[in-house]
Design a protein around this ligand. Structure first.
Ligand code: CA
Length: 250
């Protein structure tokens, strides 16, 4: 099955820097999106380290970590992604310890890796992955954020979360602690699946129903462009990054 993709990042209308980073490696069917934070150049630095380290580990042929070659290939891939994201976090944390100006830096991450009929989805923080399958649109990642927890516990609605004063507070990120727990899911892919990865510069301003409609109607490039335009129309207060990946029907 072939995956057709497009990624786009936009500074938005209010920020002086773009702290988001993304990566598309078609050969590996690897898609990574990070939303950095931290003073000075910390945010953009942290997000760039994360996408680079994840790609480096996923592209290498070395065996990492505690692996038994007899293990199931799905488990091996899952562990490799887990290792890649944890290594990215360590590298950011170490760099932050060395450079006082970058001390508070960190980043979210969301990874999609398509391999042997499976989608491997890893994430930390509030960057999201949505899937549109046969008319059913779903956010597959749980936001690791204060308001995300509120929604899961039934204390906040999506609308209240969008306007909450603590909407930007994330509860898990790469680099802020020496170690990090990574959420990883393995799900079978189907022809026609449409995946969308985004930073909160999109999901914090454009409602899920609008994201769903654009994803259903447009090809990847046109969808990404239209959604960036919608986020800017609604204020463009944050950096906006989007990756669309479609499992081709043919
Ligand atoms: Ca952001």
């Amino acid at each position: 099955m072939r995956v057709l993709s497009c990624g786009i990042t936009d500074i938005g209308l209010k920020r002086e820097r773009n702290e988001d980073s993304f990566l598309i490696n078609e050969e590996l069917d690897l898609y990574v999106l990070c939303d950095g934070m931290g003073g000075h150049a910390g945010g953009e630095y942290a997000s760039a380290i994360a996408v680079n380290v994840v790609e480096e580990v996923m592209a290498s042929i070395e065996v990492h970590g505690d692996v038994d070659p007899e293990d199931d290939p799905v488990e091996l891939t899952r562990r490799r992604i887990d290792y890649a994201v944890r290594l990215a976090s360590e590298r950011i944390h170490e760099t932050a310890q060395r450079e006082p100006e970058l001390q508070s830096m960190g980043t979210t991450v969301v990874v999609l890796h398509v391999r042997d009929g499976n989608a491997y989805i890893a994430h930390v923080g509030d960057s999201r992955l949505y899937r549109l399958r046969e008319g059913h649109f779903e956010q597959l990642t749980d936001d690791h954020s204060f308001v995300g927890r509120g929604i899961r516990e039934g204390l906040l609605t999506e609308e209240e979360a969008r306007n909450h004063p603590l909407r930007n507070v994330i509860t898990r990120s790469l680099g802020s602690q020496p170690t990090v727990e990574v959420d990883i899911q393995v799900r079978a892919i189907r022809r026609g699946d449409r995946y969308l990865l985004c930073s909160d510069g999109l999901s914090g301003f454009v409602e899920d129903g609008d994201i769903e409609r654009v994803l259903a109607e447009q090809r990847p490039r046109a969808a990404a462009r239209e959604l960036v335009g919608m986020a800017c129309d609604r204020g463009g207060e944050d950096n906006i990054t989007i990756i669309v990946a479609v499992v081709e029907d043919e």
